[in-house]
Design a protein around this ligand. Structure first.
Ligand code: HEM
Ligand code: HEM
Length: 177
């Protein structure tokens, strides 16, 4: 009917917009953490790191929309090339959700004000911190973040590998006509 929706042979416009906009924002998100860890104190670090929380919030909103869209489109999507591909995509979704979620939870629990894009999203409070909201991110946010980067690299390698190995041209489903 239209190319807005997914079909069995290719992903539609909405899925592609979500996939590629999030790919760009995640690339930026990793530039911010690499600058913050490897180039601490540099001009790039100062500028990039100041965008980490608002970009993370935007990614949280986008992944929520993407999850709803994925579930609603489940029956008409291209079939995964293998069980590994299916599990890999599921893991990517889980990480894309959990990483910003625990960070936002920590942000609230810290009692500090959180302003993003000029909007006060969390006014903050002064009577202590909420430790059960802080602990998950202290434990998981950075570690899962690096794990997501490793999985993304694997995902990109596999997208090209499938093409070269003469199997299903999966790239065409996400970029093709
Ligand atoms: C998908 C979105 C996000 C990704 C991929 C991501 C990734 C990361 C990574 C890899 C680190 C570790 C850097 C290091 O090892 O030092 C980190 C640190 C941090 N992130 Fe995020 N982040 C995201 C969203 C957010 C959000 C929404 C917030 C807050 C509202 C946030 C706040 C922080 C803070 C405060 C740190 C430094 C403390 C720590 O390492 O846990 N991030 N982030
Ligand atoms: C931040 C980076 C990325 C993430 C988190 C990501 C995540 C995902 C996920 C979850 C899917 C399943 C379909 C969906 O729900 O959208 C998917 C599909 C796909 N991605 Fe990515 N992706 C990223 C970057 C890339 C890049 C850079 C490429 C290019 C090489 C790529 C190529 C593909 C292809 C070809 C598919 C379709 C696979 C199939 O039909 O089995 N992705 N991606």
């Amino acid at each position: 009917m239209s190319n807005i929706h997914d079909s069995k042979s290719r992903y539609g416009l909405v899925t592609r917009l979500l996939h590629w906009s999030m790919a760009l924002l995640l690339a930026w998100q990793f530039i911010t953490v690499i600058a913050h860890t490897a180039l601490e104190g540099s001009g790039l670090d100062k500028f990039a790191w100041s965008t980490h929380k608002p970009m993370g919030l935007l990614l949280m909103i986008l992944v929520s929309a993407r999850l709803v869209w994925a579930v609603a489109s489940l029956s008409r999507r291209p079939v995964a090339v293998s069980l590994m591909a299916k599990l890999g995509h599921l893991a990517l979704y889980a990480l894309m959700f959990v990483i910003p979620f625990v960070a936002l939870l920590r942000q609230y629990g810290s009692g500090r004000e959180f302003v993003a894009f000029g909007v006060t999203l969390m006014p903050g409070f002064s009577d202590g911190k909420i430790s059960w909201m802080i602990e998950p991110a202290n434990l998981l946010h950075g570690n899962l973040g690096w794990m997501l980067l490793a999985m993304i690299i694997g995902h990109v390698v596999m997208a090209f590998a499938h093409r070269r190995l003469g199997g299903e041209d999966v790239l065409a489903r996400m970029v093709g006509r």
